[in-house]
Design a protein around this ligand. Sequence first.
Ligand SMILES: C[S@@+](CC[C@H](N)C(=O)[O-])C[C@H]1O[C@@H](n2cnc3c(N)ncnc32)[C@H](O)[C@@H]1O
Length: 383
Amino acid sequence: MQFELDIIKVVPPGDGCGYYNGKTVFVPATSPGDRVRVFSLRENRNTISAALQEVLIPSPERVEPPCPHYSKCGGCSLMHLDYKQQLELKRRMLIEVLNNQGIQWDPQVVPSSEITRFRHKTRIRCVDGQLGFSERQSNRIVEVPECQILTEEILSTLKRLGQLGRSNAEYQLLQSCKTGGVGVSILEGKQLVPLPGFEPSIEEDYGFGPLVLHSHGFAQSNPFITTSIIKDLQYHSGASGFICELFCGCGTFSLALAATTPQLIGYDISPLSIQTAKETLQRQNLNHVEFAAINLNKLKELPAVDVIVADPPRKGLGQHLCRLISGSKARKLLYVSCNPASLARDIRELTGQGGFELVEMKGYDMYCHATHLEAMAVLVRQV
Ligand SMILES: C[S@@+](CC[C@H](N)C(=O)[O-])C[C@H]1O[C@@H](n2cnc3c(N)ncnc32)[C@H](O)[C@@H]1O
């Protein structure tokens, strides 16, 4: 079924939304003020999921997407908006998510200093010999030789991967800002493992000495905004006493904070990440920092630290860890999150009866042109 409608607003995860015959219609790659013709893909009692066929009257916010793959590729969903509008949209979405938990805050969203060629880490699939990102609203693959968000080095590594002749595979690529080198791993079952013939790890430097990161583990995707997050972590932790980092991965944030603290411990479930973090410690000869591989969901008690830094996966800290933090001696929590919804839920748990007060909240545009948003909340113990 084809029909026309006006797009009224954008809703998470970034689809334009309007109304038709009493139903709410969701259309990716549209913006408020667009008059569009769409065709319906799926329909139920109250909603229609539709695909854009033609923009009949463009919104004043609309710009020509700089990427030739944008109309098909599912990798980016906001490139039809001017960058300032993208940031404003994310700011409004963050406010809405916070309001849903009864939190009144007007956060700023920190822009990325680079908005093309900013992605230093990517997951990419090869299906029936085609290597690329998933097509928007489908499972097919779009090849992306002129992708605007990946670095030149990652694009040329993709060419090399294409020449391997594999018909089905999934890769993770990670590029160092320091050396330009690209590490490559491949998915085997549910596990990423180094891909033979390519470097498994890279050496990175965010301004506090060499840091080892591996392509088969966690690393931040956008080094430009990671630098902004690190500066804010350093500012808010100040000259702290004992710091504990929960979900520390290979230790990117811990190592950035190591210089200004007398003692630091980082925990992560991944033995490989902890081993990599320890490798960096050895190279930098840091004796006051420790890392340990533990499952934080099973932790019974936190050490008597002054400041907690946490950067959990999308599901957030959850009730168990929120309660441990509330019952700990920590006077400050710096909570970095890739999912504002779980962050807002946890802030509600930690404030009020939880004993903490929210004193700062910012978004960080880690994923330019997509709707995902990184955020950081600063919570201090109420006196
Ligand atoms: C968003 S990453 C944060 C990484 C780190 N901040 C960095 O910049 O590299 C989340 C981390 O949580 C870890 N993780 C997931 N579940 C965990 C658990 N139950 N206990 C401890 N760590 C866990 C993952 O291994 C991953 O390193």
